[in-house]
Design a binder for this molecule. Structure first.
Ligand code: ZN
Length: 143
C-alpha cells in the first residue's frame, strides 16, 4: 500500500465564508478485484499499454531498448488517473490533442523534460471530493 499526494484543491463557499484548501492523498493498494497490470521483466520486450480490461508494462520496449521512465509514468496516467492519450492517432479521430507538454501527449515531439501531468488529469478526483462539500465550488491547483 502506498499513498500518493496529488494536487491541492481550493474550496470556495458559494455564499460567504472563508475558502479552504484541501490536500488529497490517493491511496493505492493491491487488490485482486481491481485493475490488473501485468509487468513483464527482461527480454524480449513489448509495447506497454493500458486498456479497459487491464494493462501490460514491459521493462524493455518492442525494440528491446530499456523502457523509459516517462513511458511508465504515461501508462500509470491511464491506469491511475484514467487519463486519455492526447496525441494524434488515425484510429481515434475524435481524440482531444494537446500541445502543452502533457505527459499524456506526444512528449517525444514536445520535449520529455517538460512533460508533466496537468490539472485536467485530476478533475475526476475533484468531482468526487466535491460531493463531500455541498455549498462549495472546488478548484484544483497545481502544487
Ligand atoms: Zn497512452
Amino acid at each position: 500500500m502506498a499513498t500518493w499526494t496529488t494536487s491541492s484543491r481550493s474550496c470556495t463557499p458559494d455564499k460567504g465564508g472563508d475558502a479552504i484548501t484541501l490536500s488529497i492523498d490517493t491511496l493505492l493498494w493491491n487488490d485482486d478485484s481491481g485493475y490488473k497490470i501485468t509487468v513483464h521483466g527482461g527480454k524480449p520486450g513489448g509495447d506497454s499499454a493500458m486498456t479497459q480490461a487491464g494493462g501490460n508494462l514491459y521493462e524493455y520496449d518492442s525494440s528491446d531498448a530499456k523502457e523509459e521512465a516517462i513511458t511508465m509514468a504515461h501508462e500509470f496516467g491511464h491506469a491511475m488517473l484514467h487519463a486519455s492519450d492526447e496525441y494524434a492517432n488515425a484510429a481515434v479521430p475524435g481524440r482531444v490533442l494537446t500541445n502543452d507538454h502533457s505527459i499524456m501527449a506526444n512528449y517525444y515531439a514536445q520535449g520529455k523534460g517538460a512533460a508533466t501531468f496537468k490539472v485536467r488529469h485530476f478533475q475526476h478526483l475533484v468531482a468526487e471530493v466535491a460531493k463531500q462539500y455541498p455549498g462549495y465550488k472546488l478548484k484544483i491547483e497545481a502544487m
